[in-house]
Design a protein around this ligand. Structure first.
Ligand code: ADP
Length: 276
């Protein structure tokens, strides 16, 4: 577990001022609308290298949407997000004067490459073996030679405890095993930031532990992580900060222990009591 002293401070003050280009991720005033609904209502936060941040909050409070914005799966309407100092949500300034569409796609692919995304439902390619699921992106996106990509994939499967399942297809794996392959697949791109969106909530209870154990190993290896989860055991033992989302806003941001025992907001207390 990391030391509390590594953190720079908490709460709204930590994310005041302009976006911080030295952070792994820095968000300022992020607004996202779907039609007339403001799903993100001015999100500001920083995540620094090797920090582990757990996000909680009621269903519909915008956690998934925020993760999707970080990974270019949704475009933001207002505000700013920097990943390693580079803006997310690139838009041409004026029609005609922006970069061509192909170039924009290239920019997005390039920037997304540094971010690993693990979904609630593992989203593995059903027709590929576990090994090929892990090896496919490095070959196709990074141009890693096939033999080398497969060797790396084998090592990553070992890292998540599945070296013996390399030739299995997803349908032959349990949910927990599929999620561990999905984590190995994300790691294959050598991400500098890992996003997890409720990685254990689609799993049978007896499989939650094996996925959490793999995530904890990543924490010990120093991976920078943003994790949406209601696994408060993980938050307590592995997270540097716990962030409470509510109504598309950051209601509270601080050390997990503080939010769990002495939150600044009654809504945080009530929510954490409900999920525990
Ligand atoms: P959470 O992850 O906290 O449960 P979400 O980010 O999934 O919250 O959803 C926030 C709100 O945005 C919800 O009201 C949801 O219905 C809405 N929403 C999410 N995606 C879309 C979409 N593609 N189109 C319209 N509304 C959406």
């Amino acid at each position: 577990q990391r030391q509390a002293g590594e953190q720079e401070g908490h709460g709204a003050g930590a994310s005041a001022g302009p976006a911080d280009a030295s952070a792994v991720m820095s968000a300022r005033g992020v607004v996202k609308r779907f039609g007339d609904v403001r799903v993100l209502n001015g999100i500001s936060m920083d995540v620094r290298a090797r920090e582990v941040v757990v996000m909680v909050g009621p269903s519909g409070s915008g956690k998934t949407t925020f993760l999707r914005c970080l990974n270019h799966l949704e475009r933001i309407d207002e505000g700013e997000i920097l990943i390693h100092g580079r803006p997310v949500g690139y838009r041409p300034r004026q029609p005609g004067s922006g970069r061509p569409v192909e170039e924009r796609a290239k920019v997005v692919a390039e920037r997304r490459r540094n971010i690993g995304f693990v979904f609630q439902r593992f989203n593995l390619f059903p027709h590929l073996t576990a090994l090929d699921n892990v090896a496919v992106a490095p070959t196709k996106v990074l141009g890693t030679p096939k033999a080398e990509a497969r060797e790396q994939a084998q090592a990553l499967l070992a890292r998540v405890g599945l070296e013996h399942k390399a030739s299995s297809r997803p349908s032959a794996l349990s949910g927990g095993q599929q999620q561990r392959v999905a984590i190995a697949r994300a790691l294959a791109m050598k991400p500098e930031l890992m996003l997890f969106d409720e990685p254990t909530s689609a799993l049978d209870p007896e499989m939650v532990g094996e996925v959490i154990a793999v995530m904890k190993e990543l924490v010990d290896d120093g991976m920078t992580m943003i994790v949406v989860t209601h696994e408060m055991g993980f938050a307590r033992s592995a997270a540097d900060r716990l962030i409470m989302f509510d109504g598309g806003e950051v209601l509270e941001d601080g050390p997990p222990e503080q939010l769990m025992t002495d939150p600044a907001h009654e809504r945080t207390r009530a929510f954490l009591r409900r999920i525990n």
